[in-house]
Design a protein around this ligand. Sequence first.
Ligand code: SAM
Length: 209
Amino acid sequence: MLRKDSWQINLTGTDTNQKARWEKRYLEGRTAWDRGQPSPALALGLVEMPAPPARVLIPACGRGYEIAELARRGYDVTGVDFSPSAVADLKRLLDTQQLEACIVAYDLFDWEANEPFDVIYEQTALCALEPSRWPDYAERLYRWIQPGGILIGAFMQTHREGGPPWHCSLATVESLFPETRWEWPTRRDQTISHPSGLKELSIYLKRKK
Ligand SMILES: C[S@@+](CC[C@H](N)C(=O)[O-])C[C@H]1O[C@@H](n2cnc3c(N)ncnc32)[C@H](O)[C@@H]1O
């Protein structure tokens, strides 16, 4: 169940080519990233998260199984994705399970948060964007999360050129989310297996004050 004010649609995004490409992948069933259920990254991330009803943002949420799981647990969840099909599937999932979340069909580069979030769950979102856009995106994540808030990140490790998904090395994550702005954990090598056979680097960061 969607909140009444939550169904925002923006059809004039700046990157219509990218939007059309992602939508085509959904329509043609070329969705190898889609687990069909919440990622194990969520179970790990929940340990780091404040209790419900903390505010959680999932950018580029796709079909949003994690949104349903967090909503079921009582979190105040917002999901943003510009693919109409993914958003429609997510809406159906929430309706079927009688869950409530704020789902926004929008380009992340045109959208702005009304107020910062306690948690951002970043799963295969950055890796879906052209690397030239990563600094802008990282700046947005910093802005959208409140001081002391948690960024739960799953960054694809493809070890190859091109994308999506684009390879995002630990060194790149470190430069996008520098220690001047983010508290880093001691352990930086935790990975999560992906059904595609690839691994995701699992990193939890806390935004400094
Ligand atoms: C690899 S999929 C990951 C989806 C989801 N996070 C998951 O793990 O299942 C990338 C998602 O990013 C969305 N996306 C890519 N660029 C976007 C943008 N600029 N604004 C909003 N959504 C975007 C696509 O529509 C797609 O659903």
